[in-house]
Design a protein. Structure first.
Lengths: 158, 617
């Protein structure tokens, strides 16, 4: 794996330990996950034990040590979204994609995540698809959004 | 903009900005908060910009993207000044009409106005909308006036004047006294007096001191901190610089949740801008005071809102809390004295310095001063951020501002304080909202989430939701929290699954008490609150689940079954088509029925039925 970007990220944060979480976020944004080789590089640059770094990378929910799908689907299940039907949307997404939260589909097209609050509670249930926020989600709308992406990924075929 | 070095410089710059803005005949403000983004405000703004440019009106019309206006469910929100028109749910297609009719001819467009309760009266001005009418928007009010990415806008409304006063006219001791006299208490939840905290940190010995802004707003259902940091980052920054000067800190951090990308971005921009004009960094305003701020991102761990875990996270470690025998004000970040305040607390500071402690303490109740921002969400008609004076009753917030129930179902409780708080039943809605009253009722103020629950919400399910939430978010360091919450979750699963027995509630209460008494940090200590408060006020609902194996709200899938009312069904077939279990039988245009053995209780049929013919029992 080409790791040139990791050097740039480390440089941007001057390889400071305080910036560890930000560094890991940037690496994940770049590669879609935290590659082992990148973590080794970070550990040596920040002069920290690889075990400690592994601890940090696995403690925080935002990070993934396995590659994620091309499209990310994040469902908010904060209290407001929960009482407004969020679980129903989740049930539909699990069925539609055939995976559990935290997993990626076999064809690597989709990753499904559940978060505890995105802070857009007034318009819940909220779903974020590839960084775009959708409010007042119901399972029918959610299904349509996913089907549209699926169709695109399959070259126009449903 | 050149560096601002004196108070006179600051005033000159401010006057220049104000006179520069006078050339505009109209100001169009499009709300750019995350909520409005979800409704497509970006496209609305682009459309405005395109047409204004095309018509060559750029010299006359100022178009700005402001911070969150709070009335998120009505987004995208567009306001027009000086006419004071408030348009809601504005779409791209409405833009040409607004420019041609409202801006050119001064005609108000009825279809974009807020509708009164009777659905006949239309409201033109923001201040006349019931949602805003009863609010007191001291902190949040500026969100609608400034573009969060432009320091000029903040300077134009008198921004950084409080800082100038604090740095050049007041001693640190005077500032601390002012904050103490104001009665400001921490807005993050616990309500510790801010001035007292600052004083202790100032008195701690250390060559280096830090101030931290806590924007790890993890409480599900609360989002005022996001809105403030995203919508008016300079007000938070100004508060931090004043605090740093009073405490004697040289460095500061804004710890932002990774789930708030726009807040991270806008806070970052604000820091760079403030540095550029000499309001942050070396020799601020020529006073000789050096202070700088960095952004630290969170990694999606709820526990990091706890001060010691937050510090560990900034240090690049696992976010595990520590015992609080040694306070962070004496040994915090890298063992140095550290003062942590929440976003909303910091944003209150410039107001206090600018308008005085006496003015501030005239608002609110005896022990809770000023205003508090709540996020009024859940099963209520008007959802959004509301800022009210402390001491207002729950009824006024939920029925006055919130407009009451969302779709006819009676409101039965409100959940405040997030996972550390509890549910307050409708019978106690006359309770004044302040730190002490809410704690007394078995809940807490928390960071200000207010989730309204109605007859369609199952209290056992809500209690279960919070226990599962906390079990997942427990860092796992100490046993009572790690294992206790797991067992509590199992008991609640059994109750909602119809397998609860006479002992379940006794065990649940006993475990809850043990977890609260023996956990190390705030997360564990307060974790049983949602369960205990639900048991205190809604015990019959638990007993219904256990003794009669029924869920009165119709939520717990193991205890309910669906049926179709023959007389209401028109046989459209929508339910049959949608049913994932093929559990619905019936011919077109004839009454359908549900086959109980196949039904998975997903409720899809009920969602799609236009005749309201699907019943849940």
């Amino acid at each position: 794996m080409e790791l040139g970007a990791v050097n740039g990220i480390l440089e941007k944060y001057q390889a400071k330990r305080t910036s560890l979480i930000s560094i890991l976020h940037d690496i994940q944004d770049q590669y879609n996950f935290l590659p082992e080789t990148a973590l080794k590089k970070v550990a040596s640059s920040l002069q920290m034990d690889l075990n400690d770094l592994y601890g940090v990378a696995t403690f925080y929910k935002s990070f993934s040590l396995v590659p994620k799908g091309r499209h990310s689907i994040t469902l908010c299940l904060g209290t407001a979204c929960h009482v407004r039907g969020g679980p129903k949307v989740l049930r539909q997404m699990k069925k539609e994609l055939g995976i559990e939260p935290g997993q990626t589909t076999k064809d690597k097209n989709f990753s499904l995540e559940v978060v505890n609050c995105l802070g857009v509670c007034a318009i819940g249930p909220v779903m974020v698809v590839d960084g775009k926020f959708y409010g007042e989600m119901n399972w029918v709308r959610a299904k349509r959004i996913v089907e549209k992406i699926m169709k695109k990924e399959n070259g126009g075929r449903a | 903009m050149r560096k601002i070095k004196t108070i006179a410089d600051l005033e000159r710059v401010r006057e220049q900005i104000i006179s520069g803005q006078k050339k505009y005949a109209t100001v169009i403000s499009v709300c750019g908060g995350t909520g409005c983004h979800a409704y497509g405000c970006k496209k609305v703004r682009e459309q405005f910009s395109r047409i204004i440019r095309k018509n060559g009106k750029g010299q006359k019309i100022k178009l700005q993207f402001t911070g969150c206006r709070g009335f998120c469910e009505r987004g995208p929100i567009v306001t027009i000044q000086p006419q004071g028109i408030f348009y809601q749910k504005v779409q791209e297609k409405d833009v040409p009409l607004i420019l041609a009719e409202t801006i050119e001819k001064g005609k108000v467009l009825d279809h974009l106005l807020y509708e009164g309760k009777d659905l006949k009266t239309k409201v033109t001005a923001e201040k006349d909308i019931p949602f805003y009418q009863r609010q007191h928007r001291l902190v949040l009010g500026s969100n609608g006036l400034v573009d969060p990415t432009k320091i000029e806008d903040y300077l134009g409304i008198g921004g950084y004047r409080a800082l100038a006063r604090a740095l050049l006219e007041m001693t640190p001791g005077q500032i601390i006294d002012e904050v103490k006299d104001s009665g400001l208490r921490g807005r993050g939840g616990a309500g510790f007096p801010t001035g007292k905290k600052w004083e202790s940190c100032r008195n701690s010995t250390g060559d280096l001191k830090y101030v931290i802004c806590n924007c790890d707003e993890g409480d599900p259902g609360a989002y005022m901190d996001r809105s403030l940091l995203e919508g008016n980052p300079h007000s938070v920054l100004e508060g931090m610089i004043i605090g740093a000067w009073a405490i004697g800190a040289q460095e500061g951090f804004i710890y932002v949740r990774h789930e708030y990308p726009l807040a991270c971005k806008n806070a970052g921009t604000a820091i760079i801008q403030a540095r550029k004009v000499g309001l942050l960094g070396h020799d601020i305003l020529g006073s000789g005071f050096d202070f700088d701020v960095e952004i630290a991102k969170g990694g999606g761990a709820f526990v990091c809102g706890e001060s010691t875990a937050l510090i560990a996270s900034i240090e690049g470690k696992i976010g595990e809390p520590k015992s609080k025998q040694i306070h962070t004000i004496s040994q915090g970040l890298w063992g140095k004295p550290t003062n942590i305040n929440n976003v909303e607390t910091w944003a209150n500071v410039p107001l206090i310095i600018r308008q005085g402690s006496q003015w501030f303490s005239s608002i609110g109740t005896e022990k809770s001063k000023g205003t508090k921002i709540f996020s009024l969400v859940g099963r209520v008609k008007n959802t959004g951020l509301v800022e009210v004076p402390m001491g207002i009753t729950l009824k006024e917030i939920i029925f006055g501002i919130g407009g009451g129930p969302k779709d006819g179902k009676a409101i039965k409780a409100v959940q405040t304080g997030g996972p550390s708080g509890g549910c307050i039943p409708a019978s106690l809605f006359d309770l004044p909202v302040d730190y002490d009253s809410l704690t007394h009722a078995g809940s807490m103020m928390g960071s200000g989430g207010m989730i309204v629950l109605d007859e369609g919400t199952c209290m056992v399910d809500v209690a279960k939701y919070f226990v599962h939430f906390l079990r997942e978010e427990s860092c796992g360091k100490c046993l009572p929290c790690r294992e206790g919450l797991k067992r509590m979750g199992e008991i609640l699963n059994e109750i909602t699954g119809g397998r609860g027995n006479a002992e379940s509630l006794f065990l649940l209460e006993e475990l809850a008490t043990v977890v609260a008494d023996t956990s190390l940090c705030g997360l564990g200590k307060t974790a049983p609150n949602p369960v205990l408060s639900a048991l205190k006020y809604f015990r019959p609902e638990f007993e219904d689940h256990i003794d009669r194996k029924r869920c009165p709200a119709g939520v717990c899938t193991s205890l309910i079954h669906y049926s179709i009312a023959e007389e209401s069904c028109v046989g459209c077939g929508a339910c049959k088509k949608i049913c994932p279990a093929q559990a619905i039988a019936g011919k077109k245009k004839q009454s359908h029925r549900i086959i109980p053995e196949l039904c998975s209780q997903c409720g899809s049929c009920r969602d799609v039925c236009k005749m309201n013919a699907v019943w849940v029992q």
